[in-house]
Design a protein around this ligand. Structure first.
Ligand SMILES: *[C@@H]1O[C@H](CO)[C@@H](O)[C@H](O)[C@H]1NC(C)=O
Ligand SMILES: [Cu+2]
Length: 126
């Protein structure tokens, strides 16, 4: 009898722990965003970040035609002036998945004139 009750309590305790773990996992779970929504990574995408809240570990998916665009991870200066810093990482698969780091994340398309046409985003990740 006492043994049966102990067993039931152990099951109840395990259930509580499991529920806590699951809810914690859900809260901490990273989100995935397609940059630009249905329009994808394109001209004038710069405003897409507006009113969105990003977290470190969230994934941005850049969808575009890789024969005419790319994605280059740049710094603030590169973002502002549409220039590519030395050693910048270039993505060109046409469906790049990039994880955000905490703080500022800047991306441009460095094909001539594209960044100037708004093919750039600045993302702040909490
Ligand atoms: C884009 O970035 C790559 C890598 O830094 C560089 O080789 C290339 O010249 C850049 N293109 C333009 C148009 O700036
Ligand atoms: Cu481009």
């Amino acid at each position: 009898m006492a043994q049966a009750r102990g067993g039931a309590m152990a099951v109840a305790a395990a259930t509580v722990v499991l529920c806590l773990l699951l809810s914690h996992f859900e809260l901490a779970q990273a989100a995935t965003y397609t940059v630009g929504g249905t329009g994808g990574w394109a001209f004038n995408v710069a405003g897409w970040t507006k009113n969105k809240r990003f977290k470190a570990g969230d994934t941005l998916v850049f969808k575009y035609n890789p024969s005419i665009h790319n994605v280059v991870a740049v710094n603030r200066a590169g973002y502002s002036s549409c220039t590519t810093p030395k050693g910048a990482k270039v993505y060109q698969s046409g469906k790049d998945q990039i994880k955000l780091v905490k703080g500022q994340n800047y991306f441009i398309c460095n094909y001539s004139g594209h960044c100037q046409a708004g093919m750039k985003i600045a993302v702040t990740a909490a």
